[in-house]
Structures are given as C-alpha cells and as structure tokens.
Design a protein around this ligand. Structure first.
Ligand SMILES: C[S@@+](CC[C@H](N)C(=O)[O-])C[C@H]1O[C@@H](n2cnc3c(N)ncnc32)[C@H](O)[C@@H]1O
Length: 217
C-alpha cells in the first residue's frame, strides 16, 4: 500500500485529492469552505504592505482564489495553481468580479514545472495536504520557481484539527517549525514565523503557522 488510491492506468493522484474534491462538491459558494476567511491572513497582509515592490507571484494550491485576487489587487502579476477544477471555477469568477487578470492553471504542483520565475511564492494550505513521502517534489517545484531574491510564504497547520471531515481519508498534516524548516534545509532560510488563529469551523479551531523564507545566500 503506497498511500495512493489504485490508479486506473493514469498517474496516481495524491490521496488528499479525494478528500478535497469531496469538500468542494459539498459547497455551492467558497464562503462555506471550512478554511474560508473573509480577509487574507494578517501575516501575509503585513508582509505585502511592507514589501512595497511588486513582481510575479505564484499561488500554490490557490483554491477559490482569494489570495491570488488579493495579490493581483496589490499590483502583482499572479499565477494561481490548483489540481481541482471546482476551486478554479470559484477563483475565475472571483477574479472576474474583482476585474483583475490572473493566470489560473489546473496542475498537480508535485508533477509540474512552473512556467518561469516568481518574486513571491505563496502557499496557504497546500503543503499540509502533501504527504512526507512527496515533500521532495514540493521542495523541487518551489525552489525552481523562486527568484534568487524572492520570498516564499507558507501557511501550514500548526496544531492538529479537532473536527472531522466525515470522510475516511487522512486529515491535513500538522508539522512543527523545525520540520517545515528542514524541508528547505541548505536552500532557504527562515526569516519570520508567526502563529495565527485563522477561523473556527466544523474542522474545529484552525491555527496556522506562517513562515517566510528567502534564499540562504
Ligand atoms: C486548504 S485548501 C486552501 C486553498 C487556498 N490556498 C486558501 O487559502 O483558501 C488547499 C488547496 O490546495 C489544493 N492542492 C492540494 N494539493 C495540491 C497539489 N498537489 N497540487 C495542486 N493543488 C493542490 C487543493 O485542491 C485546495 O484547493
């Protein structure tokens, strides 16, 4: 058993895709998703406001597009990637409504090469859906996408969730600060870390660790 559902002649999809697809099927509006929040996390907002310069931004696991739209509204040229079509439909509608241009791509980031370099790579909630055995692929895509002076922002589950998906599949992984730091060892340096309570939902209280990495030059 390798942690994947049996493939039918196609490349295996990560097991979490089953859970996530089911969660998106249950909602008709993104506001009903258990991780939805009305505002971008404070950590991200403060960083973006202080950063001042714009450039190209990549949103990994962009979901229903709130972060991508927020960044586009701040002057970034944004690419949002998600492996499911349901969140991308929400994301495209949100971008249209906000009148911003965003390139949304349906890709599994683990088997993908980003089309270029990005000054900012953001992942709010994707990494904790990636199994330890696959994080090498995640590291590869991030390191290849980030410019030499780029910033990587990650939001990752900081404490185990107490609620249930009511689905017999794994819950998102909770990783410690040293574990997240180790993922990028020798390539990126952790510059900032903070923990934020993001929202309460049927998954319980979502407490997210936010990380900012840059290249360790
Ligand atoms: C918890 S949601 C967070 C969505 C969004 N970033 C937000 O903050 O609302 C995680 C998202 O990552 C996507 N995702 C998970 N693993 C992925 C992968 N390997 N490739 C692309 N997208 C992935 C899921 O489809 C889902 O939309």
């Amino acid at each position: 058993m390798n942690g994947f559902p049996a493939g039918r002649g196609r490349a295996p999809r990560p097991f979490d895709a089953v859970t996530l697809a089911a969660m998106y099927r249950r909602v008709s509006v993104p506001e009903d998703l258990p991780w939805h929040r009305d505002e971008p996390p404070v950590f991200l907002q403060q960083f973006i406001e202080a950063r001042g310069v714009f450039g190209r931004a990549l949103d990994i696991g962009c979901g229903s597009g709130e972060t991508a739209v927020y960044l586009a509204g701040r002057g970034y040229q944004v690419t949002g990637v998600d492996f499911l079509d349901a969140p991308l439909r929400f994301a495209k509608a949100l971008a249209r409504q906000a009148r911003v241009q965003i390139s949304f791509l349906q890709q599994n980031v683990l088997y993908w090469d980003a089309p270029g370099l990005y000054d900012l790579v953001v992942d709010l909630g994707c990494l904790h859906h990636i199994d330890d055995r696959m994080t090498k692929l995640y590291r590869r895509v991030v390191l290849r996408a980030l410019t030499s002076n780029g910033d990587l922002i990650i939001g990752h589950l900081a404490t185990p969730i107490s609620g249930s998906y009511n689905l017999s599949v794994p819950l998102p992984r909770c990783r410690t600060v040293p574990a997240v730091r180790r993922l990028f060892a020798s390539a990126l340096r952790l510059r900032e870390h903070a923990v934020e309570h993001v929202c309460d939902s049927n998954l319980g209280r979502l407490t997210i660790g936010f990380y900012r990495f840059t290249r360790s030059l």
